[in-house]
Ligand binder design. Structure first.
Ligand SMILES: [Zn+2]
Length: 733
């Protein structure tokens, strides 16, 4: 074994063998195209873990096919076949059909396959056949290859002698050799060892795969990105690790010869590699930002032009390939279309990827990426872009059916599958986002009316947003009053959005604008010309209630309550002025719609007309006055008493008496008191405003002894009724 080959290879091969063999056990595959008359053996899958041997880092480490791509005509690849008996015994010879006829048939199959896939560039021919016997005791594929290539065909393959020659050494042991196959990748030639033999069912598909490595092709995998919002990721997200953002299953693309080798299956090489190598002319390239294009994509199996779409994501700059695969021609043999049970595996916690479930009736659209690998070769990955069961982004398969769509990471482009027809092609709508600000928009605003009243019916604003191409962009529309955003809503159907103008806009003139904010950074914002809306002040109503129609002078039994209802859903602010017979008597702030005032005790007797007028503090409201309410104030009643200084005055002597007038609620009643002696008025005294209703009066001088009766009469006032005291009998001595 040359030191340049990885020493860990044999054990790694053995470990991977078991796992992969179990993984795909029971696959049902259609027969290979050149089917033999013998019944097809049970479908099996070749296990080829780490079957691509990277040649030493030198000028050899390059993709042979890329070199071929620079030429215009066919490049002859010569295959030299060495059949080997690794052990002296023949009892362990399990690989049959290593005869010359089988070799010729295999070379023909290799030629036909790669000639077709390369568009007539790769021309495989048989150079020679030799038989070798190593005389060992066991067969190890890697060791066998090392021994054979050292001396095969005169040593012309020793020390990578094939490099740069387009010569290929195929070593075919007669022993199972651990059922292994591998080939070198890159270097203008190559080595292949396969203990799968030359059977058309599995041996030849394995050879087609390994020869692909010699041509510089990496493996075809599939990946499921662990996101519920994006089915895609950055290139570094795609790794063969469970904790990767996009766990990638190497070999997981069953619609590619560089994926798993399945018995009887010889699917096409998928389009990203064929495009990269110049093997697929007349493909459709989409890279113009801010465009939507309808593409009719013929089946990759046909010879039609435009069998693949190369999309350059305008945001990330990454390339994506869209292709339409149908159950026709070579792809009819693919396990993907065999109609067997889907192969669904949990590739990451909560995420299940299904394969082998494409419809053979409609075919399916695939989204592929090419991922450069260390060593200079490129692998491909089929993205898990379709929901396996409706609306469950955690279960996906590696294709799009009609009605499904895919958006690249970062949202650079979206492909939607309108319909699928193996004869008519897949109809795709591919939308590319533009760079920031690439698409201009215009916004227009109309108002249903030029005026509205505060708190009344509001106007309706209609904004229409259009892109330069006439379509409606996604985003939001804000109704703006000067610099104040009144309302923000999503853009409506067809770009037409209606917004109710708030009924609480302040009275006055408003310059309203509609302002569009795009969802897509590629689309520009736009704002309408201002539209003037005149808002009139809103009406208020004031009502007045009295707690009772009558009040007695000196009491405070009557309360006036003014009420002003809400306007536009809120309590008006301001003050209420109460007037009495047209004269303002009180100003009370309105609180929660009410203002109260108690009719004072000093209010004179009479019939009074009260009103309440509301003066709003906001200029958006109009003042209002209540209907008048009448309150009658009636005079208060009074009592008066006389208390002589002495009730037994001496004759011809002047004495005094104290007079007291009492009125409820009145501290110092006004008016006068008249002293009566035996009913004859003898003196009148005015009550003072500070006298508390009392006065001192002088009683007459009585000349003779007797028993005069003195009393007092209170005059009353317009607000207080008069009264007369009881008589007091004097004893004049
Ligand atoms: Zn391989």
């Amino acid at each position: 074994m040359p030191s340049s080959l990885p020493a860990r290879l044999p054990s790694a091969l053995a470990a991977g063998l078991l796992a992969t063999g179990l993984l795909l056990a029971g696959l049902v595959a259609a027969p290979a195209a050149p089917a033999s008359a013998a019944p097809a053996p049970a479908p099996t899958t070749a296990s080829l873990p780490k079957d691509q041997l990277v040649v030493p880092p030198s000028a050899l480490a390059r993709a042979d096919a890329l070199d071929d791509a620079t030429t215009t005509g066919p490049v002859v690849h010569t295959l030299w076949v060495s059949t080997v008996s690794a052990t002296a015994a023949t009892t362990d010879d399990t690989v049959t059909s290593l005869d010359r006829a089988s070799i010729d048939a295999a070379v023909t199959a290799l030629h036909d396959y790669w000639w077709e896939e390369s568009g007539g560039r790769v021309d495989v021919r048989l150079g020679g056949v030799e038989e070798r016997s190593l005389g060992g005791t066991s067969c190890d594929a890697s060791a066998t290859l090392s021994k054979v290539k050292a001396s095969a065909f005169g040593g012309s393959f020793a020390s990578y002698g094939w490099a740069g020659t387009e010569k290929h050494l195929l070593v075919l042991p007669r022993e199972a050799c651990g059922t292994q196959a591998f080939g070198t990748i890159g270097g203008d030639g190559g080595e292949i060892v396969s203990s799968y033999g030359l059977g058309q069912q599995l041996g030849v598909p394995v050879l087609l795969h390994e020869f692909g490595h010699n041509l510089g092709l990496g493996h075809a995998g599939s990946a499921l990105c662990r996101s519920t919002t994006s089915y895609d990721g950055a290139p570094g997200d795609f790794r063969s690790a469970a904790d990767a953002a996009c766990p990638t299953e190497e070999y997981g693309d069953h619609l590619d010869i560089m994926g798993y080798s399945v018995s009887g299956a010889r699917p096409h090489l998928s389009s990203p590699q064929r495009m990269r190598l110049g093997w697929l002319p007349s493909t459709v390239a989409l890279s113009t930002p801010a465009t939507t294009k309808r593409v009719v994509l013929p089946s990759l199996d046909t010879a039609a032009a435009g069998r693949a779409v190369d999309v350059t994501d305008p945001v990330s700059g990454q390339h994506y390939t869209l292709e339409y695969r149908t159950a026709t021609g070579r792809d009819r043999s693919s396990a993907e279309f065999a109609g067997g049970a889907p192969r669904c595996t949990v590739v990451a916690t909560g995420f299940t990827k299904c394969a082998l479930d494409s419809s053979a009736a409609t075919g399916s659209v695939r989204v592929l990426r090419a991922l450069p690998q260390p060593g200079g070769f490129v692998t491909t990955v089929a993205l898990a872009v379709g929901t396996d069961s409706a609306a469950d982004p955690a279960r996906r398969d590696t294709h799009l059916d009609a009605g499904e769509s895919f958006t690249s990471a970062g949202g650079g482009f979206t492909v939607a599958v309108a319909s699928l027809s193996p004869q008519g092609g897949a109809v795709l709508d591919v939308s590319l986002r533009g760079p920031r600000g690439a698409v201009s928009t215009a916004t227009a605003l109309t108002l249903s009316t030029a005026s509205q009243t505060y708190g009344g019916a509001g106007a309706t604003a209609t904004a229409v947003v259009t892109r330069a191409d006439g379509t409606a962009p996604a985003g939001t529309v804000s109704l703006v009053d000067g610099s104040t955003v009144l309302s923000t809503v999503p853009v409506g159907t067809g770009g037409r959005t209606t917004i109710a103008v708030p009924t609480t806009l302040a009275a006055g003139s408003h310059a309203l604008r509609a302002s569009f904010t795009p969802a897509d950074p590629a689309v520009t914002a736009s704002s309408s010309a201002p539209q003037t809306l005149t808002v009139a002040a809103g009406a208020t109503t004031t009502s007045l209630r009295v707690s009772g129609p009558q009040q007695t002078f000196g009491s405070t039994t009557t309360t006036l309550t003014a009420t002003v209802p809400q306007v536009a859903g809120s309590w008006p602010a301001g003050s209420v002025t109460f007037t009495r017979s047209g004269v303002p008597v009180a100003v009370v702030p309105l609180a929660s719609g009410t203002a109260s005032w108690v009719v004072p005790s000093s209010t004179s007797a009479g019939k009074w007309s009260f009103t309440a007028s509301f003066a709003p503090s906001s200029t958006s409201l109009v003042k209002s006055v209540s209907a008048p309410q009448t309150v009658t104030v009636v005079p208060a009643s009074s009592t008066v008493a006389i208390t002589p200084a002495t009730t037994s005055p001496a004759r011809n002597t002047a004495t005094t008496a104290t007079v007291t007038v009492r009125v409820a609620g009145v501290a110092s009643p006004a008016g006068s008191v008249t002293v009566l002696s035996d009913g004859r008025a003898v003196q009148t005294v005015a009550l003072t405003s500070t006298g508390q209703g009392t006065a001192t009066v002088t009683l007459p001088r009585y000349a003779t002894a007797g028993s005069p009766v003195v009393s007092v009469r209170y005059s009353g006032t317009p607000d207080v009724l008069g009264s007369t005291s009881a008589g007091v009998t004097l004893r004049v001595r």
